[in-house]
Design a protein around this ligand. Structure first.
Ligand SMILES: *Cc1c(COP(=O)(O)O)cnc(C)c1O
Length: 371
């Protein structure tokens, strides 16, 4: 396929989508595979959409090596709705142990308290979310229905490079992770996870789909007040079609999964290939920031995100000039989140390494002219 020479889009989310996926969607828009209908116009129960759904599900299972005892659900409401849906489904009114490593897990902790007793087991707040206590120092309650963490904090740029092994910490509770902003950027160790969920709009497609991967044995214990459409067992028993699923979003995620399967990097393919590329992209940008006199990333090196890289100008009166110049060079949506300030470069799977190089070239020019 041709490349369209679009600007590089560093949005944190909804975020850039691979060009090949957008082109395929454009080509299919009016008439999907000769059936005379676009995907948005199809019955979710027709054979056309069922084939799209089944392909997306099996491609994701293959890409992320999701074991058979896990169900894959495509829901709605986003990760924020899951902050309520999960305690309703899993906590039985008991205790949820929360690891707060940034803005998103902070929200999960607060919302869990409406439906369960939320216990703060560890927090990075004292460091302004630039680091997190080691897992051995977490204050787990010992009676939690589950432990919740956000494996990549989109706003603060803090990522778990490995998931904790709760059993080795003497904790039998299942681990629940919000992986919204790094899903499909690296493998998942399913031996350590019971539920992984995320909105699609960071790394796998447009807003409107929530991906939920849930271990089967956790289904069927929802509180009676749980809305049927949000009871994970009901959703699982109906192959995500208890109510109309977000069909367009599922189709787009499916195209993204096929794009991921086609990726190659040396001998690597699929997630391994994209992971290698993500490591290289993040390394380039962090190395440049660390070596510069103007830019600063405060996150502890052990916790730095490969996907979301916040950085400050040492002279923050130059922020607006930085952003305006970036836009002129075709480098879009670099403004940092208001709670952190400065800039943020989100370099999800769809960002090619050329985009990171173009950003660094601009940062160098800007630094030179600021000196
Ligand atoms: C974006 C994001 C959310 C919020 O998702 P919504 O789709 O707005 O509900 C939650 N968690 C993380 C880690 C995110 O990146």
């Amino acid at each position: 396929m041709t490349t369209l020479n679009r600007p590089f889009n560093f949005s944190a989310g909804p975020a850039a989508i691979p060009e090949e996926v957008l082109q395929q969607a454009a080509a299919d828009m009016l008439n999907w595979q000769g059936c005379g209908m676009g995907v948005m116009e199809m019955s979710h129960r027709g054979k056309e959409f069922i084939s799209i759904y089944e392909q997306a599900e099996s491609d994701l299972r293959e890409l992320l090596a999701i074991p058979p005892q896990f169900k894959i659900l495509f829901m709605q409401g986003g990760a924020i709705a899951m902050n309520a849906i999960l305690p309703m489904n899993l906590a039985r009114g008991g205790v949820v142990d929360c690891i707060v490593s940034g803005g998103w897990s902070q929200k999960s902790y607060q919302e869990a308290g409406k439906y369960a007793s939320a216990h703060l087991a560890a927090s990075g707040k004292e460091s302004n979310f630039t680091t997190l206590p080691a897992a051995q120092d977490w204050q787990l309650s010992g009676k939690a229905a589950y432990v919740h963490l956000c494996s990549n904090e989109t706003i603060h740029g803090v990522e778990f490079q490995a998931l904790p092994d709760l059993q080795s910490l003497g904790c039998d509770a299942p681990l629940v992770i919000d992986f919204s902003s790094h899903v499909a950027s690296r493998p998942v160790d399913w031996s350590r996870v019971a539920v992984a969920y995320g909105g699609a709009q960071k790394n796998i497609g447009p807003a409107g789909v929530t991906l939920v991967v849930v271990r089967e044995d956790l289904l069927g214990q929802a509180l009676p007040i749980t809305p049927s459409a949000f009871d994970l067992k009901t959703v699982a028993d109906n192959q995500s079609m208890f109510n109309t699923p977000p069909t367009w979003g599922i189709y787009m995620a499916g195209l993204t999964f096929q794009w991921l399967k086609r990726q190659r990097e040396g001998d690597l393919s699929g997630i391994a290939a994209i992971e290698a590329r993500n490591i290289a992209k993040a390394q380039l940008l962090y190395d440049y920031i660390d070596g510069s006199q103007l830019y600063l990333n405060k996150v502890d090196k052990a916790w730095r995100s490969r996907m979301n890289i916040p950085f400050l100008l040492r002279d923050d009166s130059r922020n607006d000039a930085f952003l305006a110049g970036a836009k002129e060079r075709g480098l879009l949506q670099l403004k940092g989140h208001k709670s952190v300030g400065g800039m943020r470069a989100s370099i999800y799977n769809a960002m090619p390494i050329e985009g990171v190089r173009a950003l660094i070239a601009y940062m160098q020019d800007f630094e030179r002219h600021s000196a």
